[in-house]
Ligand binder design. Structure first.
Ligand SMILES: [Zn+2]
Length: 607
């Protein structure tokens, strides 16, 4: 018998979290965020046979108690109750919790949040237990959600919840965000701590959410631990990698995180409906490959991505990459074949769009960021707190030396000042800008650029709110690293003026669309879906694994157990390894609650 090679690299144990219900939810007709894309990705992943190489798990739904480790009780209570019929009343006419049309109160909203957040929490618990090296939740990555307010299609910040869970066993956690939008919700949550470093690569300038200047680097103990890489339109894979790799290499060497969370928002891909970058699938996936190469516990999450066929292709390819599997360039037969024609290929190639990031700009950016990082102590040895027995409280990562009653205000002021300065700066201030316009002019200008009106309008109204001098008149709030909800503050200060009025206009716009649905579009979609189901049913028996437990979805989906996370999926080669994860280790605080208790919302059965 051959002896075991001494230096063999162990195979990465990959956990993949997926809930069959996630694809059933709809933000509403015409809304660019389509949970259906997760079902498409899952179906492609299964039809490539990748489900046989990893542990397929259905996550426990996140409980309200788990969500309120970051969000306010009041906000989560609201999310659990709101319906399309009650939204006007519960939001005081759209002035709190859900503002504007980006975040509609769709049917089943809260259940969707429990699935998305449950997947990321389970992924963190899984890494903490040591059962897996990599955990994937393409249903997570909702990085804009704020402590007490939804933002940019995000309601519950699954990423912050997952990071809080990881902090129970890791001294330092690195968060990396390659969505085209700034990872503002996560950055804000950890703006004052050195236990989490956030690094966001994003489009900056006239773009939602308006934050993420290179000079926004964190505050207090967190100063230097927020990294922002603001980019212009059209950045390609080569230029992106030339920034991403050295910056991340430097962070990994210097910060030495115990775990990494990578938000793989796919709206940075070429041809995205809302995005304006030019990354190919392989350029996007190179970020995943690079992080994998460090052999540090890794969570990969989804995020944005609005050209759904490209989202499905890329997240499939990245799943294969994490498993070390080469995928055939020709797509296998899958339930959503018609989305991928006429080529039926895996690749997402770049387009011919111009790259507005000059070499000088990118080099200057890289130097500035790495210079900033050099100011930091190597691997800050924060004092480890005693691991809480049940759940992590935000206070557990509060590291401020001195209680500071106006912390919230100081962070606001700091970011506001940075935004005021940005337009004169050599790094971020020279692009053509319509920031002198009124909100209405900006709204029209953004509509002309063909982007989703809500996101762009929010961008511009948020930015104008940042510069409002009324910020300083707000009363201070209780000190906590989690109490600097800037988005909420912007809205508060503009509630009577711009934002409220704009909110009304947007609601009217959205309501008009909802009242006159595109029936032809809906019917053709449903017919196509039905045809798919019939065609797929014919090949049902040929799938050794997959949809056996699923009653409502395309056969061939990797179907996690209906009996809860950690229960073996029949046919999965790793079944025996599935111990009762929910009962293991330190992460089971939320397990006290049955998900049935938060599972009462109605569910959409549209696509
Ligand atoms: Zn995005």
């Amino acid at each position: 018998m051959e002896p075991e090679p001494v230096y063999r690299t162990p195979r990465r144990r990959v956990a993949y979290y997926y809930d069959n219900d996630v694809g059933n939810f709809s933000y509403g007709l015409g809304h660019p965020m389509k949970p259906h894309r997760m079902r498409m990705a899952n179906n492609l992943i299964t039809n490539y046979g990748l489900h046989k190489k990893m542990d397929i798990l259905r996550p426990k739904r996140a409980t309200k108690e788990q969500m309120t480790r970051f969000h306010t009780d009041e906000y989560i209570e609201f999310l659990s109750k709101v319906t399309p019929e009650t939204v006007a009343e519960l939001t005081s006419d759209g002035t709190r919790f859900l503002i504007g049309e980006d975040c509609p109160a769709f049917d089943g909203l809260f259940e969707f949040c429990t699935i998305s957040a449950g997947g990321s929490l389970s992924a963190a618990t899984r890494l903490n237990s040591g059962e897996s090296d990599v955990a994937i939740n393409w249903g997570g990555g909702l990085h804009h959600a704020k402590k007490r307010e939804a933002s940019g299609f995000c309601y519950v910040n699954d990423i912050v919840l997952a990071i809080l869970e990881l902090l129970r066993t890791h001294l330092r956690v690195l968060y990396i965000d390659i969505d085209i939008h700034h990872g503002d919700g996560v950055e804000e949550a950890f703006y004052t701590t050195d236990r989490v470093m956030t690094a966001s690569f994003h489009k900056f300038g006239d773009f939602f959410p308006g934050t993420g200047d290179v000079r926004d680097i964190g505050m207090k103990r967190g100063k230097g631990y927020s990294v922002n890489v603001p980019l212009r339109d059209g950045i390609g894979s080569f230029e992106f990698g030339n920034l991403f790799r050295p910056i991340i290499q430097h962070i990994m060497d210097w910060y030495q995180p115990g775990a990494v969370v990578l938000q793989c928002g796919a709206d940075s891909l070429a041809g995205d409906k809302l995005g304006c970058f030019n990354l190919s699938m392989r350029g996007h996936a190179d970020c995943v490959a690079f992080l994998k190469s460090f052999n540090v516990p890794l969570i990969c999450l989804g995020g944005g991505g609005y050209t759904v066929r490209n989202v499905a292709r890329t997240w499939t390819y990245e799943t294969g990459l994490l498993l070390g599997e080469e995928l055939d360039e020709d797509l296998p037969y899958n339930d959503y074949m018609q989305y991928f024609g006429p080529e039926y290929k895996l690749d997402v190639p770049p387009t011919s769009m111009d790259n507005l990031n000059s070499r000088e700009y990118l080099e200057g950016l890289k130097s500035k960021i790495i210079d900033n990082l050099r100011q930091l102590p190597q691997a800050p040895s924060v004092q480890m707190q005693e691991t809480p027995r049940n759940s992590l409280n935000p206070a557990d990562v509060e590291l401020s030396d001195d209680e500071d009653s106006d912390l919230d205000e100081r962070i606001s002021r700091k970011l506001r000042d940075a935004h005021i300065q940005r337009y004169g700066d050599e790094l971020s201030g020279d692009e053509e800008s319509d920031h002198g316009m009124s909100d209405d002019e900006s709204f029209l200008a953004s509509s002309r650029r063909g982007s989703y009106s809500g996101l762009m309008a929010r961008d511009l109204s948020t930015r104008s709110a940042i510069t409002s001098t009324t910020l300083s008149t707000l009363p201070p709030k209780a000190p906590s690293p989690f109490d600097h909800d800037l988005g909420h503050k912007y809205m508060q200060t503009n509630g009577v003026g711009g934002a409220k009025g704009k909110g009304r206009a947007k609601r009217t716009f959205f309501a008009a669309r909802a009242a006159a649905p595109h029936w032809a579009e809906l019917q053709s979609h449903q017919q196509a879906h039905t045809a798919n189901m019939i065609a797929a049913a014919a090949s049902f028996a040929s799938h050794a694994n997959g949809g056996g437990l699923s009653g409502s979805h395309g056969p061939g989906d990797a179907s996690p157990s209906e009996f809860g996370e950690g229960t073996p999926v029949p046919g999965n080669h790793n079944s025996a390894a599935h111990l009762q994860q929910s009962g293991l280790g330190i992460g089971n605080g939320g397990g006290r609650h049955s998900h049935a208790a938060v599972n009462g919302s109605r569910r959409m059965t549209a696509f």
